[in-house]
Design a protein around this ligand. Structure first.
Ligand code: NAD
Length: 489
């Protein structure tokens, strides 16, 4: 039932995808379910390869006119979009909560970040868009930022609005057209919401396309020579396929991938604060965060007491439906994710890890889990769980802590909790990660910071803040003389 005071109208999406207007998908329909209850939230269109091809053609046709829209007009569209999000704040928060299974503050964070990202897109219209270069007298030499053309954004299910918007915002701001493929489990927060906001804000038709669907439309976007850049966020396995396809076509690609981020608790840490940081870093959004504190490295002399305090937290955190109850953890997104997390935890216990708390579930609600005695060779030591699991590993010396912290193929975030900032800075210098937080856990993101990982966590492409212009445009060198001069021959 649609309500004219609401921004989102599920009737509009029935069987439809978005190209500036809502139109029938050729790939059939997709049912969106609330993970906490299994209730159907929406029936939307599912994009197939043909839909993706059409979207790309239409985006190519719209892009040059969009790049030529005067900066003030573009800025006004983004400002209106930010205002529309603000005006419908509560309505949109509850969509994010119900569709992703995240708690209300996480839903609020997503809408607030999207508002900031639209505001930043507006502000980008008034920034310098190039540089004047030194050259011979009478010769003007400059480098001007130009858009790539069509940019494709592929995003995951966990923080769908922010992870789509952090690329859609700067890509549109830099004058690109965008074809966005959200995850089929969270297509409303990851795509249709953005379409509805930008349609209401007056974005010209064809500049943004939203294709809910899976690998089929996704691989068309990666393989099309007409798509000049891919901004991918998701798993390392799929990121590899995306980067391979981009390499074949010599297109620009940013891959923001998985992690197994270390949180170091040094022997001088306040243990209550350290346990709180570890619980937040490991259990927030049920551990379904790329920057989750996937390994808790604790100095041996405090390990027993620290574990006791973390277990006390884990066993008292309420788990339930975040749309109807005051909880700290909601459901995991799917049975597939739950079964994978459960298998990693069980296999690690079989291999000798000690189950201190949790390790059980009811439907998609997984209990906050604490494993101690986690060692190399166990799945919980090496693999991203993407579930609420704190894996405790002990170390004796600072050198040993660094060796363990770097004993991973990933390199996304790292955190160090200590009373000695100098010691933390020396340790931090030696940890191979794209992001480092001293006296904080590993889950941190503000849309103004460059966000990116190393190794299997990504190609260091970075999104956010200073990376916006760098990634979503190219510097084009231009020289101008008043008349052509003859050369020696
Ligand atoms: P996933 O890789 O399975 O899916 C991500 C997106 O890729 C989805 O939209 C999916 O439909 C699409 N996709 C799947 N196959 C494709 C193909 N062949 N070609 C093109 N697109 C394809 O990711 P997931 O498991 O759903 O998400 C969780 C993962 O994402 C975790 O590993 C997590 O760490 C990572 N992640 C990373 C960041 C970051 O910024 N580094 C942020 C959030 C999540």
């Amino acid at each position: 039932m649609s309500d004219i005071n609401k921004l989102l109208n599920p009737a509009q999406w029935k069987g439809n995808i978005f190209n500036g207007q809502w139109h029938a998908a050729q790939g059939g329909s997709l049912t969106v379910r609330e993970p906490a209850t299994g209730e159907v939230l929406a029936e939307i269109g599912q994009a197939n390869a043909a839909d993706a091809e059409q979207a790309i053609q239409s985006a190519v046709a719209a892009q040059r006119a969009w790049a030529a829209v005067p900066p003030r007009e573009r800025a006004a569209i983004f400002r209106r979009a930010a205002n529309i999000l603000q005006a419908h704040f509560d309505e949109l928060v509850m969509w994010v909560v119900r569709e992703t299974g995240g708690i209300v503050p996480k839903g609020q964070l997503e809408i607030n970040e999207a508002i900031e990202l639209f505001s930043m897109a507006a502000a980008m219209q008034h920034e310098n868009q190039g540089i004047v270069l030194p050259s011979a007298a009478g010769r003007l030499s400059y480098a001007k930022r130009v858009p790539h053309g069509v940019v494709s954004v592929i995003s995951p299910f966990n923080v769908p609005l922010v992870l789509s918007m952090r690329a859609v915002g700067p890509a549109l701001a830099a004058g690109n057209a965008v074809v966005l493929k959200p995850d089929p489990q969270t297509p409303v927060s990851g795509g249709l919401m953005i379409a509805a906001v930008l349609q209401a804000a007056g974005l010209p038709e064809g500049v943004l396309h939203v294709l809910p669907g899976g690998a089929e439309p996704g691989s068309v976007l990666c393989d099309s020579p007409l798509v000049k850049m891919i901004a991918f966020t998701g798993s390392t396995a799929v990121g590899r396929l995306v980067a391979e396809a981009a390499g074949r076509h010599l297109k620009k690609v940013t891959v923001e991938l998985g992690g197994k981020s270390p949180l170091l608790i040094l022997d001088d840490a306040d243990l209550d604060v350290a346990a709180s940081n570890a619980a937040w870093g490991a259990f927030l959004h049920q551990g379904q965060i790329c920057m989750a504190s996937g390994r808790i490295l604790v100095q041996e002399s405090i390990a027993e007491e620290f574990t006791r305090r973390l277990v006390a937290k884990a066993t008292h955190l309420p788990v339930g439906n975040p749309a109807t109850e005051q909880v700290a953890l909601g459901p995991l997104i799917s049975e597939r994710q739950r079964d994978r997390a459960h298998a990693i935890i069980q296999d690690s216990v079989k291999a000798g890890a000690k189950l201190e708390a949790g390790g059980t579930y009811d439907r998609l609600f997984y209990k906050p889990t604490v494993l101690s005695n986690v060692k190399p060779g166990m799945r919980a030591y090496h693999e991203e769980v993407f579930g609420p699991c704190a894996s405790i590993i002990t170390f004796k010396t600072d050198d040993e802590a660094i060796a363990i912290a770097n004993d991973t193929e990933y390199g996304l975030s790292a955190g160090i909790i200590t009373a000695d900032v100098g010691r933390a800075m020396r340790l931090g210098e030696r940890i191979d990660s794209g992001m480092l937080h001293i006296n904080d856990q590993t889950v941190n993101d503000e849309c103004c910071n460059p966000f990116g990982g190393r190794g299997c966590s990504g190609n260091g492409g970075n999104v956010g803040g200073p990376s916006a212009w760098e990634n979503f445009s190219q510097l084009r060198w231009v020289t101008v003389q008043s008349a052509a001069h003859p050369y020696p021959f």
